[in-house]
Design a protein around this ligand. Structure first.
Ligand SMILES: [Zn+2]
Length: 279
C-alpha cells in the first residue's frame, strides 16, 4: 500500500496496531470467558454428582445396617445367656466360694446398702414372683421363717421397742381402716398376755362379721335381744381360767352380762343366770 508520506505511514501503522491490539484483547477476553464457563460447568457437575451420591449412599447402606441390626438381635440373647451361664458356673467354683467366705462382712455391708437403696424394686420383684407361683413362694417363705424364726422374732421385738411411735401409727392406721380388725388384734394381745392358747383369729374375724351388722342379736347368757354395737364377744371359759382364745370358746354377750360375769368360771356363773349353760 503506497503512502503519501511518512506521516501517513506512521498513522496507518498506529491504526493497524490499535486494531490488532483490540482484537487481541477481545480474543483473550473470550478465551477467559470460555474457560470460566467450562470451570463453572465442571463445578456444577461435581455438585450434582455429590448430591446424587448422597441420595444414593444411604439407601445403599440401609441393607447393610439392617443386616448388622438383625445379627445383633440374633446373637445378643445367646451372648447374654453365655455370659450368665459363665457367671453361674464361676459362682459355684471353689475360688469364688472361698473368696466370698473371706469377704463375708464386706459383702454383707454392700448388700445391705444396695437393698436399702432398691427397696421398691425388690418389693416389685417379690410381688411378681408371688403372683407367678403363689404356692411355691408361700412354701419358700414359710420354710425361711421356720429356719430363722428366733432371729426374726428377736428382730421384730427390737424394732417394736425402738420404734414405739411407728407402731402406734400402724395401729391407728389399722383402726381407721377397719376397727374390727384392730379389735381382733387387741383381743389377741390380751390373750397372749394371759398366756392362753390362741386359735385361728381369721375365723374369729369372720364370725364377728356375721353378726356385728345385724339389726339385733341375742345375748348368750340372758337370752335378751340387743343392738350388736352394744354387745361384745365373751370367753365362755375365761382366759384367766385357762380358756382358749378361739371361736369355740366365744359367745355374744350384752354389756350388763359381760360386766357381771367378769372372770367367773362357768359353774359359778350358771348360778347367777336364769338359763344355765352347758359346755
Ligand atoms: Zn346378757
Amino acid at each position: 500500500m503506497p503512502y503519501k508520506n511518512l506521516e501517513d505511514k506512521r498513522r496507518n501503522g498506529r491504526e493497524r496496531y490499535l486494531l490488532k491490539r483490540g482484537e487481541k484483547i477481545a480474543y483473550a477476553k473470550a478465551v477467559y470467558q470460555r474457560k470460566k464457563e467450562v470451570l463453572q460447568a465442571k463445578r456444577d457437575a461435581q455438585k450434582k454428582a455429590r448430591v446424587e451420591y448422597n441420595l444414593i449412599r444411604w439407601p445403599l447402606c440401609a441393607p447393610l445396617l439392617l443386616k448388622i441390626a438383625s445379627l445383633l438381635v440374633e446373637c445378643l440373647p445367646a451372648a447374654i445367656k453365655k455370659e450368665r451361664d459363665y457367671r453361674k458356673a464361676f459362682r459355684q467354683s471353689e475360688k469364688s466360694i472361698l473368696w466370698r467366705i473371706k469377704n463375708r462382712a464386706k459383702l454383707n455391708k454392700k448388700g445391705k446398702i444396695w437393698r436399702e437403696k432398691n427397696r421398691s424394686k425388690l418389693k416389685a420383684v417379690s410381688c411378681k414372683n408371688y403372683r407367678k407361683n403363689p404356692q411355691y413362694e408361700k412354701a419358700r417363705r414359710t420354710s425361711y421363717y421356720q429356719r430363722n424364726r428366733d432371729r426374726l422374732l428377736l428382730r421384730q421385738q427390737d424394732f417394736r421397742k425402738s420404734n414405739p411411735e411407728v407402731m402406734r401409727d400402724r395401729r391407728r392406721k389399722i383402726y381407721l381402716k377397719d376397727p374390727e380388725k384392730a379389735k381382733l388384734h387387741s383381743d389377741k394381745r390380751r390373750a397372749l398376755k394371759s398366756k392362753s392358747a390362741i386359735g385361728d383369729i381369721r375365723v374369729i374375724y369372720k364370725w364377728r362379721k356375721t353378726w356385728i351388722n345385724l339389726p339385733a342379736v341375742r345375748c348368750y347368757w340372758c337370752l335378751f335381744f340387743f343392738d350388736p354395737k352394744t354387745c361384745d364377744m365373751d370367753h365362755i371359759i375365761p382366759l384367766s381360767k385357762h380358756g382358749v382364745h378361739a371361736v369355740d370358746n366365744l359367745c355374744i354377750s350384752c354389756e350388763p352380762c359381760n360386766l357381771r360375769k367378769r372372770n367367773k368360771s362357768l359353774s359359778e356363773w350358771n348360778l347367777e343366770i336364769e338359763q344355765p349353760v352347758l359346755f
